[in-house]
Design a protein around this ligand. Structure first.
Ligand SMILES: Cc1cc2nc3c(=O)[nH]c(=O)nc-3n(C[C@H](O)[C@H](O)[C@H](O)COP(=O)(O)OP(=O)(O)OC[C@H]3O[C@@H](n4cnc5c(N)ncnc54)[C@H](O)[C@@H]3O)c2cc1C
Length: 365
């Protein structure tokens, strides 16, 4: 998010400094599954997903680097009638907003797409072939390098020490080495944004939550063009990754926190779900695993906009920040340079939990 915003601000003629306490792209973004989709339940997120696909399809032209964007599609598997009804409503809204290639599928049609899928208990499915996967590293460095070429400075291994303030405004930041005065400061600290806000006495409703990902050795049981497949009821998902398969599932029993150790016993719980939904996975040999942090808000929508004079935020993406960053970086940069945001970002207002106007995102995996 920080690199996308830096690129778009620099393109608009602003002088930009990004500070990262580690290396760029090594936070939540490094753990990301790379999914890009427009199959959301809220209008704003559908619009962002559609725009993200357009941006990523033209990423080389814009930044000179490949985004490794593979439009293999997203297949949502639905179990209950309520889920099927809800996703049918979503498809109607998505099509009305111009997402023309999204369709509802019968369980048998989903089975035909993913060999080995068990669909006897499904109520339906939805599929959008232009959704897909992109490379988190490629996109982060694409923006970072393009931003540098436009004059942006990226300081790595530079933790934030605090903010410069005067008269109720934020006037810049402090690091161990220097003080950087600036007209606008943006918190883009991913799952660690709440502790950054706390340096100013702010309570930001962003909670880190561990998600684990497993990757297999070369595995012939999945086609290289197989879609990102999500069993919505359990949140078990899988997609082709290199010569193998990448898979994961959320764990409602995991308490919020910033633990990123891998709990190998969780693999047994995923395997139990896979046995019912996609038994071929049981033949794959797991070669690696990692854990990263979601940055959840109470309504699974990000906080985007001004927090106080001189201070902005773009964080709390609740598991969708990779696909949102190309678009939010552009829209927020225009907003910060005086143009109204292209879309209504009211659903993301940082103060919405106090004002009570919420538009929760329901298609969260
Ligand atoms: C397992 C997993 C799978 C995911 N899958 C997807 C997916 O398929 N599609 C999708 O769109 N999203 C996905 N996400 C979510 C996505 O990864 C995040 O929403 C996104 O990467 C957030 O980007 P960011 O730049 O806001 O945060 P980050 O990438 O975390 O960047 C924040 C940066 O802030 C720095 N920082 C933190 N504190 C400080 C400080 N005090 N001083 C200086 N620097 C600091 C960190 O070092 C870090 O580099 C997934 C997340 C996980 C964990």
């Amino acid at each position: 998010m920080g690199c996308s915003l830096a690129y778009h601000l620099a393109r608009g003629g602003r002088k930009v400094v990004v500070i990262d306490r580690g290396k760029i792209g090594q936070g939540a973004t490094a753990a990301c599954a790379g999914g890009i989709r427009a199959q959301f339940s809220t209008e704003v997120n559908i619009r962002i997903g559609m725009e993200a696909k357009r941006v990523l399809a033209n990423f080389v032209g814009e930044t000179g680097q490949s985004a490794d964007f593979r439009q293999v599609g997203y297949l949502f598997l639905l179990t209950t009638d309520e889920e099927r009804q809800r996703f049918a409503d979503n498809v109607r809204l998505q099509r009305r907003l111009g997402l023309e290639d999204v369709v509802e599928l019968a369980p048998a049609e989903a089975r035909a797409m993913v060999p080995g899928l068990r669909t006897d208990d499904l109520s339906g499915a939805t599929f959008c072939p232009s959704d897909g996967l992109a490379g988190p590293n490629e996109v982060t460095y694409g923006y970072a390098n393009a931003a540098r070429r436009l004059g942006a400075v990226i300081l790595e291994d530079t933790p934030l020490d605090g903010f410069l303030t005067a008269g109720g405004s934020v006037r810049g930041i402090k690091t161990a080495a220097s003080e950087i005065a600036c007209a606008d400061t943006v918190i883009c600290a991913g799952p660690w944004s709440a502790p950054v806000g706390a340096m100013l006495g702010l309570t930001l409703p962003i909670e880190p939550s561990r998600r684990q990902v497993f990757v297999s050795e070369g595995f012939a049981g999945i086609g290289r063009r197989s879609p990102m497949t999500i069993d919505f009821h359990t949140s078990f998902y899988f997609h082709p990754e290199g010569e193998g398969v990448l898979f994961g599932m959320s764990d409602p029993a995991t308490p919020p926190g910033d633990d990123t150790s891998v709990d190998w016993s969780f693999l047994d719980r995923i395997t139990a779900v896979a046995e019912r939904r996609w038994p071929p996975l049981l033949d794959a040999r797991v070669k690696s695993a990692w854990a990263g942090l979601y940055e959840n808000t109470p309504d699974f929508q990000p906080l985007i906009g001004p927090l106080q004079p001189g201070l902005w935020i773009a964080a709390g993406f609740s598991g969708h920040g990779f696909m949102m960053a190309p678009v939010i970086g552009r829209w927020l940069a225009s907003w910060m340079t005086g143009t109204a945001p292209t879309a209504d970002l009211g659903a993301f207002a940082p103060d919405r939990f106090a004002t009570g106007t919420l538009q929760p995102e329901r298609n969260v995996v």
